[in-house]
Design a binder for this molecule. Structure first.
Ligand code: PMP
Length: 392
């Protein structure tokens, strides 16, 4: 065993310490599977926290990266670029209706950060309304909109003009929006907050309220975008378009990238108001262009919808006394337990399934959209097995 390189002690020595680490080193991935440094295989329902919607190392993305890397790796947005132009055109073709301008950046938090700035610029107003259990990232602006207090409190003062209201509660949002509201920022399905889909009634009411009060509606689709919920974007299930849409995670098939799409109300974006050195770099654009092509050609959006339904039904049929509720949309799956989720996550890992938490009691599955029915059956049977082992 001495010839196996063990990254764990070295990472432990040098890493910042800001992550809850699991005691395993993932060194290789292909499709729905990853392997650890000892060669153990896992079905990956973490998927890089919802990044690997295409699975790991999708051949089309890999070859686009290879090709672009021979041609041009970096190109600041002060210049135009062929790959970027192709990506923008392709992305525009799948965005919810009315969104036709795009700002490219490098992560989900950056896209939220930009969205908040753009909303303020466009409206001349300051206040942002976000939601309880909402998660929008860890940079100062995005963090201000994130709900979980233990994430925010050590960093006060954050943006003071952010108000958190209960999610999916129409009355609360109605009273919260004022003349000073620049934007309402919500996830169409709350991810980190427990996999909670917003109702159509709530989302369409939000749209109507924002129109009436002259503020902007921002949908954070960093986690729900690119087929995760069975549509390109979750808001398309309801036919409701925001003024600003934030994207990240699965946008570029595994390469870091974020984006903000905007409608016609988002005005005043003049040169110098925002920017990013790496934003719109050709490498990420090439990966994203290939990824969008693969989602489309492999019918992965529809597949996510169908397989998500299939998996949720199977999980409901487990009918275990520790399961409180099974929620989600497409292949974004939440299993709310009546007990803490962490011991089950550990047990799942021992049995070769990687899954995520979403709050203290929710098991979250974000499998690659290419997952097979047989693999989903396997995941469900492992879940059943570990529930029956009755940890806690
Ligand atoms: N918004 C949502 C809805 C998210 O789920 C996340 C990440 N979990 C973010 C924003 C932040 O994205 P990133 O980690 O890429 O900054």
């Amino acid at each position: 065993m001495s010839d196996i390189f063990d990254p764990i002690p070295i990472e432990n020595k040098y890493t910042s310490g800001v992550y809850y680490k699991r005691d395993v080193a993932i060194v290789r991935g292909k499709g729905t599977k990853v392997w650890d440094s000892h060669g153990k295989e896992y079905i990956d329902c973490v998927a890089g926290q919802g990044v690997a919607n295409l699975g790991h190392c999708h051949p089309r993305v890999v070859s686009a990266i290879n090709e672009q890397s021979q041609k041009l790796l970096t190109c600041t947005e002060i210049f135009f670029n062929d790959t970027r132009a192709r990506l923008l055109e392709k992305l525009a073709g799948v965005l919810p209706s009315g969104l036709n301008k795009v700002y490219l950046c490098n992560s989900g938090a950056e896209s939220v950060e930009a969205a908040i700035k753009f909303a303020r610029l466009a409206t001349g107003k300051k206040e942002i309304i976000a939601t309880m259990r909402g998660f929008h990232g860890r940079t100062m602006g995005a963090l201000s909109a994130t709900w979980e207090k233990r994430y925010r409190q050590p960093f006060f003062p954050l943006i003071p003009e952010v108000q958190h209201v209960p999610y999916d509660k129409i009355e609360k949002i109605t009273t919260a929006i004022s003349e000073n509201t620049a934007a309402v920022l919500v996830e169409v399905v709350q991810g980190e907050g427990g996999v909670r889909p917003g109702s159509r009634e709530y989302l369409s009411h939000l749209r109507q309220l924002c129109d009436e009060k002259g503020c902007l509606l921002i949908f954070d689709e960093v986690q729900t975008g690119f087929g995760r919920t069975g549509q390109w974007f979750a808001c398309q299930h309801h036919g409701i378009s925001p003024d600003i849409l934030t994207m990240g995670k699965a946008i570029a098939g595994g390469v870091p990238m974020g984006a903000v799409a905007m409608g016609e109300r988002v005005v005043n974006l003049k040169p110098g108001t925002h920017g990013s050195t790496f934003g719109g770099n050709p490498l990420a654009c090439a990966a994203s262009l290939a990824a969008l092509g693969a989602y489309e050609d492999e019918n992965l959006i529809r597949r996510s919808l169908e397989l998500g339904e299939y998996a949720r039904e199977k999980i409901k049929n487990i009918n275990h006394r520790f399961i409180r509720e099974v929620r989600g949309l497409g292949l974004m799956i939440g299993i709310e337990l009546k007990t803490k989720a962490t011991p089950y996550l550990r047990a799942l890992m021992q049995h070769g399934v990687l899954a995520l938490p979403a709050g203290p009691t929710v098991l979250r599955l974000l499998p690659p959209l290419i997952i097979s029915k047989e693999e989903l059956d396997q995941v469900v049977s492992v879940i059943e097995k570990v529930l029956n082992e009755e940890k806690n």
